[in-house]
Design a protein around this ligand. Structure first.
Ligand SMILES: Cc1cc2nc3c(=O)[nH]c(=O)nc-3n(C[C@H](O)[C@H](O)[C@H](O)COP(=O)(O)OP(=O)(O)OC[C@H]3O[C@@H](n4cnc5c(N)ncnc54)[C@H](O)[C@@H]3O)c2cc1C
Ligand SMILES: *[C@@H]1O[C@H](CO)[C@@H](O)[C@H](O)[C@H]1NC(C)=O
Ligand SMILES: *[C@@H]1O[C@H](CO)[C@@H](O)[C@H](O)[C@H]1NC(C)=O
Ligand SMILES: *[C@@H]1O[C@H](CO)[C@@H](O)[C@H](O)[C@H]1NC(C)=O
Ligand SMILES: *[C@@H]1O[C@H](CO)[C@@H](O)[C@H](O)[C@H]1NC(C)=O
Ligand SMILES: *[C@@H]1O[C@H](CO)[C@@H](O)[C@H](O)[C@H]1NC(C)=O
Ligand SMILES: *[C@@H]1O[C@H](CO)[C@@H](O)[C@H](O)[C@H]1NC(C)=O
Ligand SMILES: *[C@@H]1O[C@H](CO)[C@@H](O)[C@H](O)[C@H]1NC(C)=O
Ligand SMILES: *[C@@H]1O[C@H](CO)[C@@H](O)[C@H](O)[C@H]1NC(C)=O
Length: 583
């Protein structure tokens, strides 16, 4: 085995393009290892994998381990200094994103159904009750991961998975709301250190004819980085509403909404080219002119499914000033109905005028517009401004010199603490609902009731409503094209909730989506990155009529099903994902 690896290593250096087929023929899966193939891997086999990837195999322990005196029930020394650093930055997304062992939704670091893990109290990371006498368990953190620096690292990992049946998981920033960057006892692939960025005044996708102004980012680059880089190059990158999400991973492949999407489209609309290692071992360039079936699948088929993305190239826009409104009020029984009427009555025309943004608790919204002048923006928002005056709220409408200036003020400074647990559920609400009197009445009544029961809604108003879409270019559910709101709900539980309590929180979201949101828009769909984890018809809800073609493309590029994730295209089903609780 060791000798074979040395031969393989030599071959790899000389003949990288033959790598895939060679390894596959040379290898036999480990027998009798259906429970955890990973535990059957010998130290020598790890050493040999490590040697084949230039020493970039790492061991991973839970993020908060230094704070605990027991690890998997065995006594270990507490590292006070390291623990303090972890406690001080426990909820900081920018600290979490630098570490393989973190998720932004911390329950996915644990194995929920087995109730094992290693969490601090995210509402008070210094809380000694979280650590005293408690064992820190590995949970769902991969014991080993590859710190990917080159396509050949990914090729070696696919070889290894095929030969050993060890499952793979791909983690970029760990923002996924369904925890799809983890899998129990998997070999992790961490794309964080793929950190290149380049600007192209004229980018021509390989084998295509037309060129575009574009930016290429390595898979580990986050929005914070690319927004700054774009600004430095006098352009605007259209991306998400959080600093530390990656621009090439799950965000992109799942759709990728921005508050600028009403005008400029979704991430999938703007991507020009993706470089990816597919599970068949090939390093491919996918764009509209080559591997175009794969490119279509990557534009909406979801992360973690068709391969490991190494880099992506995105269309960029000129750096222009934007208008923004920051409106707040205190919701009361006297003003809530009126607020929601204004919101619902105006939504279609605001969308058409280019407004996008988020409606947010405790009461208000932040919207941005790249098309209007300041005066036009004020006029467009006049009814809302009057409302805020009448109810002692605030409505500030101002011009920002650039997207980066807006981002710095509204996203960076207001960065939401991560390391919470809130599972989401959502539904795309179609424009037609807002266009009929009865639809508006139904929606307003729902919003008033919902707010009294569950609190003020968080609603990204980010569908590409004023964007000129090319029919059939992406594989998302077409509900994105006719939708106006991406309307969500969420629930939380605590760091030490019991399995029963966690089940109750996921059930609350699931039942609310099924009983309250779906009836508002029965034929619509939902955003696969921010949908109900227990969505019962995920194929239709996330992909609509595109699912069958996606499944065929999955089978073509991943014939041995080396990649598998929760409710992803072609998934193997819940039995392969024992950490998810059964509702
Ligand atoms: C605070 C917060 C704010 C958010 N805001 C927005 C927003 O404004 N707009 C929006 O559209 N969404 C938003 N999201 C949702 C976000 O798009 C998803 O969480 C998305 O899955 C993040 O992708 P990631 O690659 O960064 O995260 P990860 O959790 O690391 O990965 C997500 C999925 O993609 C796969 N993946 C990651 N990297 C690769 C790769 N290189 N190749 C192949 N597969 C890969 C993973 O295996 C996993 O299945 C937000 C989420 C959070 C927690
Ligand atoms: C892989 O090799 C490198 C370099 O030799 C070493 O530092 C690292 O600890 C090894 N990884 C594992 C998991 O043994
Ligand atoms: C992640 O944090 C742990 C401490 O819990 C540390 O040992 C490890 O080196 C960190 N990994 C990275 C990649 O920073
Ligand atoms: C730790 O001990 C508890 C109680 O004895 C047991 O249920 C659990 O499985 C053990 N965990 C590990 C990782 O061994
Ligand atoms: C919203 O529109 C309806 C007509 O569809 C109208 O009756 C109602 O007064 C409007 N609400 C507000 C607050 O303007
Ligand atoms: C209006 O809000 C301000 C603070 O924003 C507060 O001082 C004032 O008392 C409020 N007035 C009324 C009538 O609620
Ligand atoms: C939005 O307005 C509210 C109320 O005036 C204010 O507290 C908040 O800081 C504003 N947000 C930003 C990013 O300016
Ligand atoms: C939308 O695209 C079509 C086809 O490319 C074009 O004819 C039309 O003018 C475009 N509309 C707008 C508003 O840009
Ligand atoms: C969780 O821990 C808190 C203290 O941090 C404690 O009060 C609570 O009872 C615990 N809950 C469960 C379900 O164990």
């Amino acid at each position: 085995m060791a000798k074979l690896s040395a031969v393989n290593l030599a071959l790899r250096l000389v003949l990288p393009c033959f790598l895939g087929s060679f390894f596959i023929l040379a290898i036999t899966p480990i027998a009798g290892s259906s429970r955890s193939p990973l535990s059957a891997i010998t130290p020598d086999a790890w050493t040999s994998l490590n040697a084949s990837i230039g020493g970039r195999l790492r061991r991973a322990t839970p993020f908060a381990l230094p704070c605990f005196a027991k690890y998997n029930n065995v006594t270990v020394p507490v590292d006070e200094v390291a623990c303090k650093t972890i406690q001080d930055h426990y909820t900081s997304p920018s600290s979490r994103v630098e570490n393989f062992s973190t998720n932004m939704l911390v329950q996915y670091e644990t194995c929920m159904a087995q109730h094992t893990g290693c969490l601090l109290d995210y509402t008070n990371p210094q809380n000694p009750l979280a650590t005293d006498g408690v064992s820190c368990d590995q949970g769902q953190i991969s014991p080993y991961y590859v710190d990917i620096r080159a396509p050949s690292d990914i090729q070696a990992a696919f070889q290894f998975a095929e030969k050993t049946s060890v499952p793979l998981s791909i983690k970029n920033t760990g923002h996924d709301y369904m925890g799809r960057s983890r899998q129990l006892n998997s070999l992790g692939l961490w794309t964080h250190n793929l950190q290149t960025m380049s600007y192209h005044a004229q980018f021509t996708p390989e084998h295509c004819k037309t060129s575009h102004r574009a930016i290429t980012v390595g898979a580990g680059v986050t929005f914070e980085q690319v927004y700054k880089f774009a600004d430095d190059n006098d352009v605007m990158f259209i991306g998400g509403y959080a600093s530390t999400i990656g621009a090439s991973g799950g965000w992109l492949m799942g759709g990728g909404h921005s508050v600028l999407s009403p005008v400029y489209g979704l991430g999938v609309d703007r991507v020009l080219e993706i470089k990816i290692v597919t599970p068949d071992g090939k390093f491919r360039t996918a764009n509209a002119c080559q591997n175009s079936d794969l490119f279509w699948a990557l534009r909406g088929g979801g992360g973690g499914t068709f391969g490991v993305v190494v880099e992506s190239t995105h269309l960029v826009e000129p750096r222009i000033p934007l208008q923004a409104i920051n409106m707040t009020f205190t919701p009361t029984a006297d003003n809530l109905q009126e607020f929601f009427e204004i919101l619902v009555n105006n939504s279609a025309s605001w969308g058409g005028a280019g407004w996008g943004g988020h409606v947010l608790p405790p009461g208000g919204l932040v919207y941005v517009n790249p098309r209007l002048s300041l005066d036009e923006a004020k006029q467009s928002m006049a009814q809302l401004s009057t409302f805020s005056q009448n109810y002692n709220g605030t409505a500030e409408i101002q011009t920002f010199a650039s997207w980066y200036a807006f981002f710095t003020k509204f996203i960076m400074e207001g960065t939401i603490a991560s390391a919470n647990t809130g599972p989401l559920g959502s539904r795309l609400l179609p424009q037609t609902l807002f266009e009929s009197e009865s639809g508006r009445t139904q929606l307003v009544a729902h919003l008033v009731k919902r707010t009294s029961e569950l609190g003020f809604p968080y609603t990204p108003v980010v569908t590409p409503i004023a964007y000129n879409y090319t029919e059939g270019a992406t594989s998302l559910t077409p509900a994105w094209r006719t939708g106006l709101w991406h309307y969500s709900t969420k629930a939380t539980f605590s760091y030490n909730s019991s399995v029963e309590q966690i089940r109750a929180a996921y059930s609350t979201v699931h039942n609310f989506v099924r009983d309250e949101l779906t009836p508002l828009a029965p034929d619509s769909g939902a955003y696969l990155n921010e949908g109900d984890v227990y969505e019962s018809d995920h194929e239709y809800t996330y992909w609509g009529p595109n699912y069958e073609r996606l499944a065929a493309i999955k089978a073509k590029y991943d014939p041995h099903r080396l990649l598998d994730c929760w409710k992803c295209v072609g998934w193997k089903g819940p039995a392969e994902h024992p950490c998810y609780i059964t509702l």
